[in-house]
Design a protein. Structure first.
Length: 330
């Protein structure tokens, strides 16, 4: 009879023959290669996005100086914040790929969530609030504003909509997206919506409706604020240890019970620690007559079943307990 704790990471702790089929290590499996390819794709997409933002900022701000269209200033500030935030997200993505060390034993995957959390805060403080401060006085001002070369402003906004769509397509096509890429995708969608609002506002200004300019600016500011709040909540939940969901928990229980020798499963805990990374722990009940080696075979079989899904690699900690109803009576 025994009660033991097994860290089901590999078979090196038990160098005997277990009778289980030989398997590739996670680093060599195709699923792991797919995850690394997805990460490389994220880095490329973020570099592309950063380059696009630089071009768009120069174009928008230059045309704002020539035309005086407030919506273009809003979009210029929006893009300027994007440049700093995208660089921050890119650095966080690279940092999150570092291997685990003595200080961060489960890796650095949550660096992306920290970056996305900071990015959402910057969206609210630096971009959205500043745009409200700029637009509201102009909305209340009854004086006539002077605009120039509106056709140039309309052309730049139209081209910007097309150019900004390129990195959106690249990120949408990725099968696996980390927090940094999700944050970047959310901001790119913000850009498209903001550009459309700015274009419509500028068109109305050209048709003799100057009030459309601050209204379009307020629309851009609101789009940024709403998405920033959602981004903040999502990543805060992740940093606090969000569960992968009831469906995943149920699958862990079913997979464990499907292994011969498992009589019960309790106290299942799972935590998402990064993009596609889930740590799992649970207690299993087995016959008290099993040897340690036999119990280890069961634990290893459960681990393989739980993490056979390539989108949910991670650690699996399993505590083995004797089934209470099979303990000998005193």
């Amino acid at each position: 009879m025994f009660t033991a704790l097994y860290f089901a990471e590999n078979q090196r702790a038990f160098p005997r023959e277990t009778g289980l089929p030989e398997i590739d290590s996670p680093a060599e499996s195709p699923s792991h290669a797919d995850l690394h390819a997805a990460e490389r794709g994220e880095v490329r997409a973020l570099w592309l996005t950063l380059g696009v933002y630089l071009v768009l900022f120069i174009a928008k701000f230059s045309v704002y100086l020539m035309t005086g269209v407030l919506a273009l200033l809003a979009e210029s500030l929006h893009t300027l914040s994007d440049i700093f935030i995208s660089g921050f997200l890119l650095a966080a993505l690279v940092w999150s790929r570092k291997e685990a060390d003595d200080e961060h034993m489960f890796g650095h995957h949550r660096a992306q969530n920290v970056a996305a959390l900071v990015a959402s805060t910057l969206f609210l403080s630096f971009t959205s609030l500043r745009l409200y401060e700029e637009a509201i006085p102009h909305l209340l001002d009854t004086g006539q504003r002077t605009y120039g070369n509106l056709s140039l402003a309309i052309g730049v906004l139209a081209v910007s909509i097309v150019v900004a769509a390129a990195p959106v397509i690249g990120l949408v096509r990725q099968k696996v997206r980390g927090a940094a890429s999700r944050a970047q995708l959310a901001e790119l969608i913000n850009d498209e919506l903001g550009l459309i609002a700015a274009l419509l506002g500028t068109l109305f200004v050209s048709w003799g409706k100057p009030i459309a300019d601050p209204i379009a600016t307020l629309v851009v500011a609101t789009i940024i604020a709403v998405n920033a709040v959602g981004l903040f909540r999502d990543n805060l939940s992740m940093l606090l240890g969000r569960s992968p969901g009831a469906e995943f928990i149920g699958r862990v229980e079913r997979e464990a019970l499907a292994v011969p020798g498992v009589l019960g499963v309790t106290k299942i805990r799972a935590e998402t620690i990064g993009p596609g990374m889930v740590n799992v722990s649970c207690h299993i009940q087995v016959s008290p007559t099993l040897t340690v080696a036999e119990a280890n075979d069961i634990v290893e079989a459960i681990r393989l079943r739980v993490h056979e899904d390539p989108t949910h690699p991670g650690d699996c900690v399993i505590r083995v307990e004797p089934a209470a109803n099979l303990l000998p009576h005193a």
